[in-house]
Design a protein. Structure first.
Length: 428
């Protein structure tokens, strides 16, 4: 009996230190990813070794670490699914990027449906793992999905067909190599959970499990539907309500002038206020060559180019207005609901009569815009142009309405929720 007891104690001790070593090493690896943005042979070998360790010692992982692994995995899937599910259109745009990168433009119409399904699947896997609902099947489905994601992100890391995978939406942008490393860390946890899937207790009531399954899956899909028909409830982008687009107390911009000697062609650059313009000899011998500005506020600006008919970027001037500026956004003329033309025209008339600036941002060709305007009776908005990617990032609505003042985003509206001018004022 004593010998058996010692043997059991030895096995228990061995199981404990193997379990905690695995957990600590895996979590440390996850943290280190934030510091390793590019390819690292040693780190890659280490992560693969950790996966092998997880598989080889899976039976020795104790119940505590096993459940910690399940919960951590569930929390990660819930977070990843939520930050993408809160903005299904953002995930749609990322899926479209993948379709173009893989020469699958024909699949573009399926992108939104895939976005909704993938986000719901990821969130549901996480929630069901945490709740211990159908763990055997969820762990298998998770393993198969992660296998697909790991292969895809390895290709991304090697060849960079897209800048980033969008695995955490706009909430957290990481490099392609970091994404691949992240998936290897997840795989270590998921293999433990999958290989030990029969060791998890489950609910005695099948009805409880089925109800939980339906509530999680369809509840989240309804949440995504709401996010599509309105603006995302949580906005992770730079043009979110309350964000400043330019610094509140900007540093002075420095203007430099370059003058060239008329005889020697020598060039000298002066800070504008230091130019010896009162020196008649200098002014006679030197002529203006070029000028430039040094704006120390650029790093703190959250602007994208907004171009007028002459090709000048007027983004800073537009958003700096101390009065309300009403910015309508259209990034795809073909998909504008025509019933939105009258509400836009009415807002243009009311806000303009009240002395506000009302403009239209569009990414289509000017001729296409003018044709749309004439055919559908759109008002004579001052028209500015920008890149469709920038406009999609600014607002997830086509058309959409952004209201700014003094460099700050005051309000944003999906076309399903366009206010009248009086309704907007009543909200202030």
């Amino acid at each position: 009996m004593s010998s058996n007891k010692k043997h059991l104690n030895h096995e228990s001790n061995e199981s404990n230190w193997i379990s905690w070593i695995f957990l600590i090493v895996t979590l440390a690896s996850a943290y280190y990813i934030s510091m390793e943005e590019s390819y690292s042979k040693l780190f890659l070998i280490f992560l693969l070794f950790n996966i092998g360790f997880a598989v080889f010692f899976s039976r020795k992982i104790n119940k505590t670490v096993l459940n910690i692994s399940r919960v951590l995995l569930g929390l990660l899937f819930v977070y990843s699914g939520f930050v993408k599910g809160v903005d299904p259109l953002g995930t749609q745009f990322k899926i479209e990027d993948y379709f173009y990168a893989y020469n699958m433009a024909w699949a573009k119409p399926m992108a939104l449906a895939l976005s909704v399904l993938l986000n719901a699947a990821e969130f549901s896997m996480g929630a069901l793992l945490i709740l211990r609902v159908k763990t055997k099947w969820v762990s298998l489905f998770s393993l198969l999905m992660m296998l697909m994601f790991t292969i895809t992100t390895l290709y991304d890391a090697l060849y960079s067909p897209v800048p980033d995978c969008g695995c955490f939406g706009d909430a957290l942008v990481i490099t392609n190599w970091q994404t691949f490393y992240k998936n290897l860390v997840i795989n270590a946890f998921i293999l433990i959970v999958f290989l030990r899937r029969f060791d998890f207790s489950s609910y005695k009531s099948i009805v409880t499990e089925i109800i939980s399954l339906f509530v999680v899956v369809f509840g989240f899909m309804f949440f995504e539907y709401y996010s599509i028909k309105n603006l995302p409830p949580v906005d992770f982008r730079t043009w979110k309500v309350g964000n400043r687009l330019i610094p509140e107390n900007p540093k002075p911009v420095k203007y430099y002038l370059t003058y060239k000697n008329i005889e020697t062609a020598e060039e000298k650059e002066y800070l504008s206020k230091e130019l010896p313009w009162q020196d008649s000899i200098f002014m006679a011998e030197w002529e203006w060559a070029s000028s430039r500005e040094d704006d120390p506020n650029i790093a703190d600006m959250n602007l994208f180019p907004i171009v007028d008919a002459s090709g000048s970027d007027i983004s800073k001037e537009l958003v700096s207005d101390e009065n309300y500026v009403f910015i309508f956004v259209i990034y795809n003329l073909q998909k504008v609901p025509l019933e939105m033309v009258d509400p836009m025209n009415q807002m243009y008339a009311d806000a303009s009569d009240a002395g506000h600036t009302v403009v239209m941002l569009n990414s289509d060709l000017p001729d296409d815009y003018m044709k749309f305007k004439e055919e559908n009776g759109l008002a004579d908005f001052p028209l500015y142009n920008s890149d469709d990617t920038a406009l999609k990032a600014a607002i997830r609505s086509n058309p959409g309405l952004i209201i700014v003042r003094s460099g700050e985003v005051i309000s944003k509206y999906h076309y399903n929720n366009f206010p009248t001018y009086k309704e907007f004022l009543s909200e202030r």
